[in-house]
Design a protein around this ligand. Structure first.
Ligand code: GLN
Length: 452
């Protein structure tokens, strides 16, 4: 995999940092343990992985795609990082991402975009485009992403790979640099559903260091993937979300989705249409809640504790140094969201914006609850179109936001969802999104493996 990185990543730019020597050393430790007659630390021991550069690592820099953290090395490992290491998974390096996970194309990275391996004039999705491109170009067989509004599923869809956003609280956020804390969720990415399940099992589970971590047994996603691989979905009730099936989507995407529904039916699933009327407001609610949390979370980048410091020459006040550092260190999309969030949370506007958005969030959760009284999983296209061209949406933030239409509702509800490859439209990958109720992540794997 290191050879493959050397061969193709000069063009694709999936990695921000490659840790060749450390990865080899980690792989060697697995070999040594096996040679000494020890049993492997996990089923994935020795299988290398690409880690999104938003999880802290003590042996590599962590930038979150931002200049404000350029060169910063964390004094501690994220829980996800620690679990990967404990499972004997060598870390190949850190992958590119939109700055602080804000974006849908990886073009908001301060270190330049990642290209889609299927067509290098196109984006690999975002914010986890680096992890998805690394998988799709065979630079890594496994990767980790984070999904606040779709950043695992959407890049998976447009690169022909698998990505799962677990139930909120299912994977620890400790050491995951925060974007929007009530939405952020780390999760596994792979090229097959079973690979993704094996990785899910390694990283999921309760962590006392994350106050929102779920203290319950992890659903048996590996058994579910193995069961699903048999291809029998008899008795599984699948709901097609009416509001996520639109004439406005690319015709090839709808064609692929309708064909996927026929496949599910042929596997024995019982397919019905369900309506979730409040999904139409998900985008508006998300783009108030997310910036509000961002404006609060990113206050910690104050040039005093860590990261970039500009104007520290004895002629500026602490306030000026802080303002100059943030002006220089944050990119335009991050600044836009900090300003929107600060406005939405300000006294006098709070009820009109943030308060309203929270009510919508509750209504969306109720739509899901009603749907899951009738069905076991919901399905939709993962994205409204295949990968778009580099530069196409950079000057139009609303067009960029609209690309997340299908993935946002599950984040607002805290539910798990997965994207699995669903063929090609006009020569480019399409993803099928599968959604399930909280703590029913195993259903995603069963249905995903059967469909795959
Ligand atoms: N594209 C969405 C955003 O820009 C989702 C990002 C994410 O999931 N991290 O907020």
């Amino acid at each position: 995999h290191l050879d493959r990185i050397a061969e193709v990543d000069g063009t694709l730019h999936a990695f921000l940092h490659v840790a060749g020597d450390e990865a080899i050393a980690a792989a060697q430790r697995v070999d040594d343990a096996l040679d000494a007659g020890e049993s492997p630390a996990s089923e994935l021991a020795g299988v290398p992985l690409a880690l999104k550069d938003v999880f802290t690592t003590t042996d590599m820099p962590t930038t979150a795609g931002s200049k404000i953290l350029e060169g910063w090395v964390s004094p501690y490992d994220a829980t996800v990082t620690a679990r990967l290491r404990a499972a004997g998974i060598p870390l190949l390096g850190k992958t590119n991402m939109d700055e602080f996970a804000m974006g849908s194309s990886t073009e908001n990275s301060a270190y330049g975009p990642t290209l889609n391996p299927w067509d290098t004039t196109r984006v690999p999705g975002g914010s986890g485009g680096g992890s998805a491109a690394a998988l799709a170009s065979f630079q890594a067989p496994l990767a980790i992403g984070t999904d606040t509004g779709g950043s695992i599923r959407q890049p998976a869809a447009v690169t022909g790979t698998v990505g799962c956003k677990p139930t909120y609280g299912g994977v620890s956020r400790y050491g995951l640099i925060a974007c929007a804390s009530s939405l952020d969720q780390g999760g596994p990415c792979g090229r097959t559903v079973l690979d993704t399940a094996l990785l899910h099992q390694v990283i999921a589970g309760h962590d006392p260091r994350d106050s929102t971590s779920v203290d319950a047994a992890v659903p048996d996603v590996v058994a579910a993937a193995r069961r699903g691989a048999g291809g029998d979905l008899t008795g599984v009730r699948v709901g097609v979300v009416k509001e996520l099936h639109s004439d406005a989507y690319q015709p090839g995407v709808i064609y692929s989705f309708d064909a996927a529904v026929e496949v599910l039916t042929s596997l024995g699933a019982e397919v019905v249409e369900v309506s979730c009327p409040n999904f139409d407001h998900a985008l508006a609610a998300y783009y108030l809640i997310l910036p509000s949390e961002v404006s609060s979370n990113l206050a910690r980048f104050d040039a005093m504790r860590y990261g970039l410091r500009v104007g520290d020459d004895g002629t500026h006040s602490a306030d000026q140094v802080m303002a100059m550092s943030r002006a220089a260190g944050f990119g335009p999309e991050v600044k836009r969201r900090i300003m929107i969030g600060t406005y939405a949370l300000s006294a006098g506007y709070y009820d009109a914006y943030y308060g309203q958005a929270l009510k919508i969030r509750t209504l969306i959760a109720r739509d899901f609850d009603r749907a899951y009284e009738k069905v076991d999983v919901l399905v939709s296209p993962t994205t409204p179109s295949t990968a778009f061209a580099l530069g196409e949406k950079v000057d139009d933030p609303i067009a960029m936001y609209l690309y997340d239409l299908c993935t946002l509702p599950t984040n607002l509800a805290g539910h798990p969802a997965m994207s699995v490859p669903s063929g090609l439209a006009d020569g480019l990958p399409v993803g099928l999104q599968i959604m399930a109720p909280a703590m029913a992540d195993d259903r995603l794997y069963r249905v995903g493996a059967a469909y795959e």
